[in-house]
Unconditional design. Structure first.
Length: 456
């Protein structure tokens, strides 16, 4: 079968697009998630055209071979992990920005375009593509669409799903389907575009996306506020949002995260604080907005409030926040990054609960959070070479997800389900929800060839 598969693939792909060397193909086995099984692909293909993707899917359907689509493999849920004997369909070579239209405020791109490359390209036209995952310098638009990813600016600008207007999708049998529109409005039929966003490659292969853009905002200024407790910091978040303020970001780092960032990069962050809150505004008068938010932080009990004086100071603070996950991983060498989103009013309960879980399992668990939208990233630090510590890490991870559901939240705000959270998806949406989602999967992929074993 393997020889037949490769021969059939080579009929419609250039030789350099078909990788069969086991040492090479094994490097495509998994993304960045821990505790997620991965198989060995039979072959890796790197198409450059829509027609080549169609050929791959026709071949896969004919021979009944599973296909796992991949972008940059920066995901954190195992959604891009290979299944045994599959075709890994890597879309990183389809990396063209096909159009930037300042009048319609859209960009048309292929799935392998890197997020940061798109952002810089539209900036040259005075436009702005807001979604900015922490891995924006390497992650791809196709991957962002597959996991409905978020980022630091979601509190004001929303997540990837809100910027995907239309898609071209290669279906499991190789047919090409277009969804959505190029227009600002459109309600023709079921919203199939939104159905594909967050589907983790389980319904079809995105080969082109029409993305909404916004006018480029003014440069933002950042404020840092120190708190003697996470409760006080979360109270400040509630006051800011209740007061009608619209920060461009509102991020929280607990004491464990602050210390980890200092240890990694000597950033000089205040290690005496229990929680550090970063607020930013990209309004015409950000200093006035920061002053108003600073007063609310002080009313909530901030021990110190320091607004940045210029863009350079602001960028330094944001760089510290972006280093959080890397710094936490450096503590023990391995980390499990949770992605639980709760109502803002339960944010303090979430952070306090994580602290109790860390004590129960005798583990270091740092929390950084997109506090403005309640999306927390409790990060369990552990030694992968220690079986007992690995067991405790996995159990603590599950308790954190259970806590999130108890608080009225969701098991994933932006990282997706993949392999890591399959069991928890069923708990969140219930048996009827699972049945209906499986029916949707069957309608698009009747032979279950697209990213099998993910989500359900």
């Amino acid at each position: 079968m393997s020889r037949t598969l490769i021969e059939r693939l080579e009929e419609g792909l250039p030789a350099e697009a078909v990788l069969t060397d086991p040492d090479v193909t094994s490097s495509y086995s998994h993304d960045m998630a821990s505790f997620c099984d991965a198989g060995v692909p039979a072959v890796v293909v790197l198409p450059r055209t829509v027609e080549q993707v169609q050929h791959v899917m026709r071949t896969a359907t004919e021979l009944r071979v599973p296909v796992v689509p991949q972008g940059a493999r920066t995901g954190l849920s195992g959604a891009a992990n290979a299944s045994e004997g599959c075709i890994v369909l890597s879309l990183i070579k389809m990396d063209r920005i096909l159009e930037i239209n300042p009048v319609d405020r859209i960009a048309v791109v292929e799935p392998g375009v890197v997020n940061a490359a798109l952002s810089r390209a539209v900036n040259e036209h005075g436009l702005y593509y807001p979604p900015d995952p922490s891995s924006w310098e390497t992650c791809t638009i196709g991957g962002n669409i597959g996991t409905a990813s978020g980022g630091l600016c979601c509190v004001k600008y929303g997540v990837t799903a809100e910027y995907v207007l239309g898609l071209d999708v290669v279906l499991a049998d190789g047919r090409l389907m277009s969804t959505g529109r190029r227009t600002a409005k459109g309600v023709a039929g079921y919203d199939l575009t939104r159905l594909f966003v967050g589907s983790e490659g389980s319904l079809g292969i995105v080969v082109r996306a029409v993305l909404a853009l916004k006018p480029q905002p003014p440069g933002q200024l950042v404020l840092a506020a120190e708190f003697a407790s996470t409760q006080a910091a979360c109270d400040a978040v509630c006051r800011i949002m209740e007061g009608g303020h619209v920060p461009s970001l509102l991020e929280l780092m607990d004491r464990t995260t602050v210390k980890a960032v200092n240890a990694l990069a000597n950033m000089g962050l205040p290690e005496t604080t229990e929680a550090l809150l970063l607020a930013a505004f990209d309004t015409p008068d950000p200093a006035a907005d920061l002053a108003a938010v600073g007063a609310l932080c002080e009313a909530a009990g901030a021990t110190q409030v320091v607004p940045a004086e210029d863009a350079a100071e602001s960028e330094m603070l944001l760089h510290a926040r972006r280093l959080s996950l890397t710094a936490l991983e450096a503590i023990k060498g391995t980390s499990m990054i949770d992605d639980v989103c709760v109502p803002r009013t339960r944010l303090a309960d979430m952070l306090d609960g994580v602290e109790r879980i860390a004590e129960k399992y005798d583990l270091t668990i740092g929390v950084c959070a997109h506090a403005g939208d309640g999306n927390t990233h409790p990060t369990v630090c552990f030694d992968a070479a220690d079986p007992d510590e690995g067991r405790r890490a996995r159990e603590s991870f599950d308790e954190i997800m259970a806590l999130g559901l108890e608080l009225g939240g969701t098991i994933t705000g932006e990282h997706g389900v993949g392999v890591l959270k399959k069991e928890w998806l069923a708990r969140e949406i219930g048996p009827v929800g699972v049945e209906m989602q499986q029916a949707v999967k069957a309608a698009f992929d009747p032979h279950s060839l697209l990213n099998p074993g993910k989500l359900f």
